[in-house]
Design a protein. Structure first.
Length: 285
């Protein structure tokens, strides 16, 4: 049986410390803030990021350099036979495409999973990979399972402010101005590759209800045949108090489901800003 290492990136929400506890490896995502390079969870904490975001610093996302990726892979292949690499969704970043290209030079010893996951859905893929590895699956077999089930997940997210969607060009300045006056909350969805509009409602209460209803519909319709294998997730860029309240609402609505939780990755936070909340459902392998 080959010895398989599991690699992901910090878009999964898995910290360096948690990665060590799980026995996996986490590539930190790089950010340029006012022209200076920072690495998520290494030289940039969540608190520092939101401080700089609030101060209107110029923030842009990047991807791990090919050299850093290959350095990690080369180091791991000294002690491991194979690697399963689980990057963020190829529809949201070129990180996955770069990893797939680099892996061609590794004689199939590195299997890159293109399963369109992000945040807690990507985190669940890591847990699934650990389980499959511990069952004796090879790196290629793990990749095949994760990619086969890539569409068995949904994410819904709503934002507190339209400022960052406007800044990123996702909505026009006029739409942002009108939305702010009317207290409109867009509900966005990720099902597969892209971040798309799902609904537009007035106020937080309606936004949360819309997301909860959407997840319930997915569980009863889209995922009806695998309903018993689904896990719920919540992620946020809001305060811990607001997150705890959101968690209680989810658990009250869906008391029979396990709930995975964590802060939204900083790559998403760049585009939606502080104060956001998300709910997900995903199939567990």
């Amino acid at each position: 049986m080959s010895k398989v290492a599991i690699v992901t990136d910090s878009n999964s929400g898995i910290t360096q410390k948690r990665g060590e506890e799980l026995g996996i490896y986490v590539l930190p995502m790089p950010f340029f803030i006012d022209g200076e390079l920072y690495l998520e969870d290494i030289t940039l904490s969540q608190e520092q990021f939101y401080e700089k975001l609030g101060a209107d610093s110029e923030i842009s996302t990047s991807q791990p350099s090919p050299g850093d990726v290959m350095d990690l892979w080369d180091k791991l292949l000294v002690d491991y036979d194979e690697i399963v690499c689980i990057p963020m969704s190829s529809g949201l970043s070129s990180t996955c495409e770069t990893a797939l290209s680099l892996a061609q030079d590794y004689d199939e010893k590195v299997q890159v999973v293109n399963n369109q996951r992000i945040s807690v859905t990507q985190e669940q893929s890591v847990y699934d990979a650990i389980k499959l590895r511990d069952e004796g699956k090879s790196a290629a077999e793990i990749r095949q399972v994760l990619e086969k089930e890539k569409m068995q997940a949904s994410i819904y997210v709503t934002v507190d402010t339209l400022k960052y969607l406007k800044k990123g060009g996702r909505i026009t300045p006029a739409a942002a101005a009108i939305g702010t006056v009317l207290n409109l909350k867009p509900v966005l969805q990720i099902q597969g590759e892209k971040l798309d509009a799902f609904a537009k409602v007035r106020g937080w209460k309606a936004a949360k209800k819309t997301m909860l209803n959407a997840i319930e519909k997915d569980l009863t319709d889209r995922f009806a045949d695998v309903k018993d294998q689904m896990v719920l997730g919540m992620a946020y860029t809001c305060s811990k108090e607001e997150a705890d309240e959101w968690k209680n609402e989810i658990q009250t609505r869906f008391p029979d489901y396990e709930l995975v939780e964590g802060p939204l990755s900083l790559s998403i936070a760049c585009h939606i800003g502080p104060g956001a909340m998300a709910i997900t459902c995903m199939k567990r392998v």
